[in-house]
Design a protein around this ligand. Sequence first.
Ligand code: ATP
Ligand code: MG
Ligand code: MG
Ligand code: MG
Length: 481
Amino acid sequence: MKHTKIKDLLCCTSTLSNVTAKGWVRTFRNNQFIALNDGSTINNIQCVVDFENTSADILKRVTTGAAIAVTGDLVESQGKGQKYEIQVTKLEILGDSDAEKFPMQPKKHSLEFLRENAHLRVRTNAFGAIMRVRSVLAFAVHKYFQDKGFVYVNTPIITGADAEGAGEMFQVTSMPLDSLPRNEEGQIDYKQDFFGKHTNLTVSGQLEGETFAMALGQIYTFGPTFRAENSNTSRHLAEFWMIEPEVAFNDLDDNMDLAEDFIQYVVKYALDHCVDDLKFLEGRLLEEEKSKPQDQRSEMSLLEKLTFVLDNNFKRVSYTEAIDILKDSTPNKKKKFQYLITEWGADLQSEHERFLVEKHFKCPVILYDYPANIKAFYMRLNDNTEPGRETVRAMDILFPGIGEIVGGSQREERYDVLVEKMKKIGIDEEELWWYLDTRRFGTATHSGFGLGFERLVLFVTGMTNIRDVIPFPRTPQNAEF
Ligand code: ATP
Ligand code: MG
Ligand code: MG
Ligand code: MG
């Protein structure tokens, strides 16, 4: 018999006879009540077993984690918290689960333990919810851009362009390691590793994306990105997904407008389509908050935070203003804020970013016009800046609890200025001949940004560690499977 998704059964508006549901047992109480989940929703369906007419052998095999099929009538439930339940007439064990050994017994597991069991953690309520929210957000990303007429472009994953990612790139080789050519000191000569060419895994599809924007007008990429980050922060992964729109004839202001509108759209989409999962995650967070001291508890619940982002414009602040705020906000009395002091020209640390967002403005912030020497070579130099204090048309979007979630800029469209800048920092013109072609043939103002998809999922789910919002996190500790 065809089975029905539990989500659809729970949405029914009337009783039904003879339905079949398939799923995994969450709990089995009193030899009678099975809480069954099939992954279609956070909610379990209660299945009431006729234990007097079911063999003891079958009942014994209804254990947490087992896959089963139940058939029976969908009837109104007397129990609390559910409208309907299945009065089981046929119970079939599809796959046993050794309850003694099944690691996902319903109890509170530490996130570290769950990370070590990434293949099974998705059987828990929290990870099922996070992965459904992630999937809906991915769909919303495509929907937003497709509805606006952007062209989806797949930029290469293996690439020879390495101008951007100094020190952060995974090398790609086509040969067995022991047959790679070596230099006189015996070190591998990576310059010859991919069929005789030097290649890496992409750190960003932007440069390639720009070439397509300068033909198709509005494009976006959404694909895996790799950075050999040997750091152990809660917001960096070695493999993450990046969304990178690029738009011809758009300047930095247009770029900020696009980024803000896009983020608000996808957050709203999640609120409209994942409310059960988000409410579950909110409840989980509220429980966690209770164990914190009063003054460290969040002022807003998860749904309030998400709604706040929809209802409030992001605060736009120049880098220079931000530095002034950070200097003014550094009280001498409170030692823990000493780190806030920073000088014009320095890159902001995540503590600075989070101070601006969480303590000062108390809303998402777009910082723009950064010093040229801390940003990438391709960003548009601002006209009329003081010598020694040159700034570029760059912007970062900073979010509460996370810090940077978007990095974007208007690109330097002037061939001569771009080449001059590349020379200064030692990038060979020949290496990027194809990129420079966009400036040779029909150059124009254009801009774009990169948004780390997992940082967006972090914000929407209220989770605090990026390892918990991607199915199989790649970090220095997690690459076994
Ligand atoms: P950060 O300052 O956090 O290291 P970045 O400035 O190096 O980020 P960009 O090169 O600006 O990052 O990349 C654009 C976006 O990609 C970032 O704003 C962030 O959302 C995301 N991102 C960058 N590095 C990572 C990473 N290692 N893991 C997950 N997301 C990342
Ligand atoms: Mg970085
Ligand atoms: Mg950064
Ligand atoms: Mg950045």
